[in-house]
Design a protein around this ligand. Structure first.
Ligand SMILES: *Cc1c(COP(=O)(O)O)cnc(C)c1O
Length: 347
């Protein structure tokens, strides 16, 4: 079976982790500090704070903006529940917005209609590896938290995603662009915000009675993240090669390839196509030894029994994510393309 995603772990990753294990210092230390600096350099922001997951990163991002129970946070409906959970952790009200079906990110016109006096922030994911309409979203005048869990290395008008919001978050979950097993990071150019997050992630030896968390990353994870980061340019190249391969063959079959906005790059965290019979397509591909998936498990508005998200509902119904990752071999790519061809011929 060709899995839907697979981390790319090599000998250098194993050596790095082994080095930490042999050092006997497993907790947050030197490795975490270096990983933070290297990630901040890569993205081009002043400061980065490592935490234990992308969800924790979202949670502390909201906390450091003093968001609480009287506030509303706008998030897209077409995204994982991590965003919804983080908003609920701080007791704020999630306000769901619809998406633009060209790139599956927030629909700016729809967001605009949902802004109220209580709107304190917009969480802006860059889904599948292509940036959202950042300029238009920033023009709304509401603080933006960029969710770069799927967009590390992706450019918007020549600048890296993660440099536009007041804060940005990353995830290093096993299936993400670089993997530390579990892990996350928050970045900002404002030192008072990242200082606050450094304080929130660590509860130990503090006397003021304020609520804190245990959201620290270990040096084991950070060492793995660092060795993954060294290979990241190569990872992106490989993803692009796979995407080119799919683009070329799908065009021949008259299947729509992912749309790319002229002012941004796509790093193909996911390669998403649309199909009228998504369920039966996924099942048929599985029968041929290929694991395809819906790229979003369930739109968030379904949990609220709301109905007015037509683009999100269409995207959820039709979208299929096919395997794409640096370790996908040429023969696996060929197998996937011929599976496509045989299913298309059957109609
Ligand atoms: C994976 C992901 C998250 C959550 O990250 P975890 O590390 O799994 O907690 C948040 N937002 C987006 C867009 C993601 O893809």
């Amino acid at each position: 079976m060709i899995p839907h995603s697979r981390p790319t772990i090599g000998a250098s990753d194993i050596r790095s982790v082994q080095g930490v294990l042999e050092s006997g210092c497993l907790i947050q230390g030197e490795q975490v500090r270096h990983f933070e600096e290297e990630m901040a350099d890569y993205v081009g922001v002043k400061s980065a704070v490592a935490v234990n997951s992308g969800t924790s990163a979202l949670h502390v991002a909201l906390l450091c903006l003093d968001i609480g129970k009287d506030d509303e946070i706008i998030i897209p409906s077409f995204v994982c529940t991590a965003l919804l959970n983080a908003v609920r952790y701080v007791g704020a009200t999630p306000v769901l917005a619809d998406i633009d079906e060209r790139h599956f990110n927030l629909d700016v016109a729809d967001v605009k209609q949902r802004i109220t006096r209580r709107t304190k922030a917009i969480i802006v994911p860059h889904l599948f590896g292509q940036a959202a309409d950042l300029e238009e979203l920033l023009a709304l005048g509401i603080p933006i938290i960029e969710d770069c869990a799927q967009s590390m290395g992706s450019l918007y008008r020549g600048k890296m995603t993660g440099r536009f919001g007041i804060l940005s978050i990353f995830s290093f979950y096993a299936t993400k662009l670089i993997a530390t097993g579990e892990g996350g990071m928050v970045m900002s150019n404002q030192a008072h915000l990242t200082d606050k997050i450094r304080d929130l992630r660590d509860y130990d030896e503090k006397d003021d009675g304020r609520l804190r968390y245990n959201y620290k990353m270990t040096d084991i994870q950070a060492a793995l993240g660092r060795s993954q980061l060294l290979k990241f340019t190569e990872f992106l190249k490989q993803r692009n090669i796979v995407a080119d391969h799919y683009n070329q063959h799908l065009k021949e079959m008259n299947i729509d390839t992912p749309f790319i906005c002229g002012d941004r790059s796509h790093i193909y965290y996911r390669y998403v196509i649309r199909h009228k019979e998504a369920d039966s397509f996924i099942e048929a591909m599985s029968g041929l030894g290929i694991s395809c998936r819906r790229p979003v498990y369930r739109p968030l508005h379904h949990y609220f029994r709301e109905t007015e998200y037509p683009s999100t509902d269409r995207a959820w119904r039709d979208c299929i994510s096919i395997p794409i990752y640096p370790s996908l071999t040429e023969s696996e790519m060929d197998h996937i393309v011929s599976a496509f061809r045989s299913l298309e011929m059957k109609g």
